[in-house]
Design a protein around this ligand. Structure first.
Ligand code: ADP
Ligand code: MG
Ligand code: MG
Length: 250
């Protein structure tokens, strides 16, 4: 479904990704771990099409399409979605309008009609309730005055409404207490499906007790230094990253 081949990416003149390879198949959840500054966020940002990253060589394909040739909106509409690739706060724009606009843009790209208002309300209310959010969130400006945990829930809410084919979630566990993390993890797990993929960027193993990945990759200095199954995450939890760094240097 997603194929990243020998990707080299430069940010402000320095090479951050140095020949990265990653393949995600339908139905698979991949966790991307690794020390701070390894390039995890850079990878998801480049796949999503954020500005400021220069791909100097390599390729990214999604369902056979050349992702690097697609505009950021085209990528989202193709079902390749990074959590909150929209501005963190949008003053004056109500959450519910952003959700509806994003959903209708996706439908338009597929040649479908706009969703009928009652169907939209039904869908959104169901997802809001699943995320244990109050419906008053929908009427508030996007992320304005939201706590860290509320922003994360809102990020997952957007995913639940849009049902991306490949959801990329960057550090969704940061700053969450254990109850909020369970809700967020339940939300992510409900996105899983035979035809869907998830790329979960996370610094800590804790989240992976709740969202059990099919594959775990360790990104070190711009390359995937080690891959394994969920056990690798547990090994990293007890041993840290240093041994992977040393192994990959050897
Ligand atoms: P991670 O998510 O693994 O912690 P990042 O992808 O955020 O790592 O960052 C990788 C490296 O790229 C870091 O050294 C970081 O300082 C650098 N970097 C990322 N974004 C920028 C930017 N916009 N400008 C300059 N350097 C950046
Ligand atoms: Mg970081
Ligand atoms: Mg990061």
């Amino acid at each position: 479904m997603l194929e990243v081949k020998d990707l080299h990416v430069t940010v402000e003149g320095s090479e951050i990704l140095k020949g990265l390879n990653l393949t995600i198949g339908p139905g698979e959840v991949h966790a991307l771990m690794g020390p701070n500054g390894a390039g995890k966020s850079t990878l998801s940002a480049v796949i999503a099409g954020k500005d400021g990253y220069e791909v100097t060589s390599g390729s990214i394909t999604f369902e056979g399409r050349d992702v690097l040739e697609m505009e950021i909106e085209e990528r989202a509409q193709a079902g390749l979605l990074l959590g909150f690739q929209y501005p963190v706060e949008i003053p004056g724009v109500k959450n519910i309008y952003l959700l509806k606009a994003a959903l209708n843009a996706q439908r338009a790209a597929r040649g479908e009609e706009e969703i009928a208002a009652p169907d939209f309300m039904k869908l959104v209310k169901e997802k809001v309730s699943f995320m244990k959010m109050d419906t008053s969130f929908l009427q508030r400006a996007v992320n304005e005055g939201f706590s860290g945990g509320e922003k994360k829930r809102n990020e997952i809410l957007q995913m639940l409404v849009l049902q991306p084919k490949l959801a990329m979630l960057d550090e969704i566990d940061s700053g969450l207490d254990i109850d909020a993390m369970r809700v967020v993890a339940d939300g992510v797990n409900s996105l899983r499906g035979d035809d869907k993929g998830i790329l979960l960027v996370t610094h800590y193993q804790r989240l992976l007790d709740y969202i059990v990945p099919d594959r775990v990759h360790v990104l070190v200095e711009g390359r995937i230094a080690k891959s394994g199954d969920a056990d690798l995450a547990r090994e990293l939890e007890s041993r840290g990253y240093d041994w992977v760094v040393e192994d990959s240097a050897a």
